[in-house]
Design a binder for this molecule. Sequence first.
Ligand code: UDP
Length: 258
Amino acid sequence: MPADLKYRRVLLKISGEALLGDREYGQDPSVVGRIADEVRQVHALGVEICMVIGGGNIFRGLAGAANGIERATADYMGMLATVINSLAMQSALERLGVTTRVLSAISMQAVCEPYIRRRAIRHMEKGRAVIFAAGTGNPFFTTDTAAALRASEMGCDALLKGTKVDGVYSADPKKVRNAERYDRLTYLEVLSRDLQVMDAAAISLARENRIPILVFSIQESGGFADVVTGRGRFTVITEESAVLNRFVASKEPGGPKP
Ligand code: UDP
């Protein structure tokens, strides 16, 4: 592993909405291409990459259920939306020369491979990017939970969540002017303060498997590579408490470091 790399294998989660651009529905091909280029840069550093892409730009189970579709059926429709996004990302990555495999939790042989854990690991070892489609394959879950699940199964060193902002805030910084930004949080702080990073099931799974979650902006050019090399701006969520860190630092000779 090259010296300045902090992570050998990572999972990148992006929401379906990240693919919208200025549209209200579907994908903006230029946005898909730009995110694919972010992935290409990190792949070129020698990091093994897998991805989970949401489906909210096309269909959300809850919205379908609100319109009278049975919830489980609506969730399957949402899962199919993630397959569409995954295929678009595969195409964009391969245009940039990154060999990519889509592995779906719901098998559809003619379209992509079925999800097989060992096969996914083998693909990454061979230098292929892997996209996990169809979430967990189960209704009543989200692609955030799928991301935490696959990151755990793949033995990823970190789960990176690419969002519209550069970390976790106390409230939506695009709506609330004085929202506080956090550099570090614990899994428990995210859960107890009900911070809208990922759903509780995803946070708990990452916590149980000790996978740090790094929240960063996928809209900054080169942002993904910066985070992977430890330079970028992000919020890190781990078991360690910032309060505890400050306490330990204050006991060090010379007091806390700035
Ligand atoms: N979904 C599901 N099970 C999963 C993952 C996703 O049923 O394991 C469905 C659910 O209906 C969800 C939709 O797929 O609303 C799209 O996923 P999500 O809302 O997580 O996408 P994002 O918000 O990340 O774009």
